[in-house]
Design a protein around this ligand. Structure first.
Ligand code: ZN
Length: 179
């Protein structure tokens, strides 16, 4: 559902049965909220109120960032396609992962995903983050070919392939945005 907030703009609330908490993602002109199954709108709204000052601050920071032109996006897409498929193949080979195929998409909501059929999708914006964090995202999706969840088994495997640095890298990636 969506509703209009006087300060934040359009608020879009979606329910994800796999979500464990209420996740809020500020965008230039609105707010995306992912709620866990069963969360009431009252709870969603009170959570937004609790974080309103920091949400507005993040939104202001987004507005200051120069917006990419369609030409910029195409340039990034070309770079991403020239580099990421080779790196995915290398890392899969190195750690013995098997994936079906790779797609590179104009995704602003997530860095990557892995389908139940082991098709890996990467955001073309991934090409803008440092290489060790590109590797982190690629390894994250490759680990999903084995564990299609974020269970302790998944994170244990992530730690194996990142020399125990999975959580540090994950935290570091939070400093970057897709666009
Ligand atoms: Zn994941």
């Amino acid at each position: 559902m969506t509703y209009q907030d006087a300060e934040l703009g359009q608020v879009t609330v979606t329910v994800n049965p796999r979500a464990r908490s209420i996740i809020m993602r500020p965008e230039v002109d609105g707010l995306r909220v992912t709620a866990f199954w069963g969360a009431s709108l009252v709870l969603v709204k009170s959570t937004i109120e609790k974080f309103r000052p920091s949400l507005l601050k993040k939104q202001a920071a987004l507005k200051e960032r120069p917006q990419l032109t369609p030409e910029d996006v195409e340039k990034l897409r070309r770079e991403a396609k020239a580099h990421l498929p080779r790196r995915v193949a290398e890392l899969a080979h190195m750690h013995g992962f098997h994936y079906d195929r790779l797609t590179i998409r104009d995704s602003k909501t997530r860095w990557g995903s892995c389908s139940s059929r082991n098709t890996i999708s990467l955001s073309l914006y991934l090409i803008q983050v440092p290489e060790h964090l590109q590797d982190y995202v690629i390894l994250h999706e490759l680990c999903h070919t084995v564990h299609h969840d974020h269970s302790p088994h998944f994170w244990a495997l992530m730690d194996t392939v990142t020399d125990g640095k999975a959580h540090t890298l994950r935290h570091e990636l939070h400093h970057y945005h897709t666009s």
